[in-house]
Design a protein around this ligand. Structure first.
Ligand code: ADP
Ligand code: MG
Length: 339
């Protein structure tokens, strides 16, 4: 019998792996915005054409890359953010897997101009598949200007799975919203088909919420600020009368990453018991900071699911922080601490 096992080419391996990281244009938006944030940018611009199917572009004024790093950045498992596995437990960056750019290059056409801070000249690189089509010096401002064009042009089955422009644009806006909420100190601009959607100036979290969701939020929010030895909770919860019929305005961030957690959601909802009708959901924008050693963000490539070491404690702290914030604002019965 002939042997039948062979190694997949890098290109095919990357295309398969890309399925986990880049499912749709919005996934590229998330990865590119996070890279800009990790690069220390203070101004970031997102440009979308045809709901991201034709173009996802992110321009930042961050630290940029050297010509060699520019080429390396598209290799699989290439990252400047960790060196060894222990680094995962002190991670302060959004990225660390070194997979995003390689994945995008496997399923789309990439073009990047980047200039490292403090250097004279930038580099302009064009990538298709695992191949560098060209790389030349170029003049650009410090920072990085990166484009993903024609997503899934070479994987028609995936391209056909993309949804209507309306749906893909909603997903893009969701990812944009999550990143810009976590970094109100950074200026962001979002343009779709040549039309400005958002221009967000650097400022406070409250100001960012108001510029994203409207002036009515100025009056709807109650501050939450609670620091214990292992958990820091900051942000806002909505007044009970701001509750909504959907979960659309519920934002949890853990160490600046947007996360989903039914468990923490329950801690929140429980704090509103008796204050809002059963079929309504509280609004919240809560930022939890905990020692990265106590949480595993590495359970899923998009890092939206996390595992906590002390989840019962998290539940209790969160629940009481929200109850206390509501009570301080005379929106809940005083806590019976002295029973
Ligand atoms: P990760 O973010 O997990 O490290 P990526 O594939 O997203 O992996 O990026 C690979 C590397 O390319 C990063 O570690 C970083 O060094 C570099 N890089 C990517 N985007 C930028 C950017 N906008 N500015 C500066 N460096 C970048
Ligand atoms: Mg990244």
């Amino acid at each position: 019998m002939a042997d039948i096992i062979h190694l997949l080419s890098d290109h095919i391996a990357n295309q398969i792996a890309a399925g986990e990281v880049i499912q749709r244009p919005a996934s590229a938006v998330k990865e590119l915005l996070e890279n800009a944030v990790d690069a220390g940018a203070t101004e970031v611009q997102l440009v979308i054409r045809d709901a991201g199917k034709e173009l996802v572009q992110v321009i930042d004024n961050g630290k940029g890359m050297s010509p060699t790093d520019a080429r390396m950045s598209f290799e699989r498992h290439a990252t400047s953010k960790i060196n060894k596995i222990e680094d995962l437990f002190s991670i302060r960056t959004m990225g660390f897997r070194g997979e995003a750019l390689a994945s995008m290059a496997a399923v789309g056409q990439m073009e990047m101009k980047t200039r490292q801070r403090g250097t004279e000249l930038g580099t302009h690189i064009v990538i298709e598949g695992t191949e560098v089509k060209s790389q030349e010096p170029c003049a650009i401002p410090e920072g990085t200007n990166i484009c993903l064009k024609n997503l899934f042009f070479n994987v028609p089955a995936r391209r056909n799975f993309l949804k209507s422009n309306t749906t893909e644009l909603r997903n893009i806006l969701d990812e944009f919203t999550r990143v810009v909420l976590a970094f109100p100190e950074i200026g962001f601009r979002y343009q779709s088909n040549g039309v400005d959607q958002y221009r967000l100036t650097p400022g406070s979290l409250k100001a960012r919420i108001v510029s994203l969701f409207g002036n009515s939020y100025d009056k709807k929010l109650v501050p939450v600020s609670e620091q214990t030895d292992f958990l820091n909770i900051q942000g806002f919860v909505g007044r009970p009368d701001a509750a909504m019929k959907t979960r659309g305005m519920q934002y949890f961030f853990l160490n600046k990453r947007f996360i989903r957690s039914n468990y923490l959601n329950h801690a929140l909802t429980q704090a509103y018991e008796g204050l809002i009708p059963k079929d309504q959901f509280p609004v919240f924008f809560l930022f939890l900071e905990i020692d990265p050693a106590r949480v595993d963000v590495n359970v899923h490539p998009t890092k939206q699911e996390v595992k906590f070491e002390d989840d019962k404690l998290m539940y209790a702290y969160l629940n009481s922080a929200v109850k206390a914030a509501l009570a301080r604002n005379n929106m809940a019965p005083a806590l019976d601490f002295d029973l």
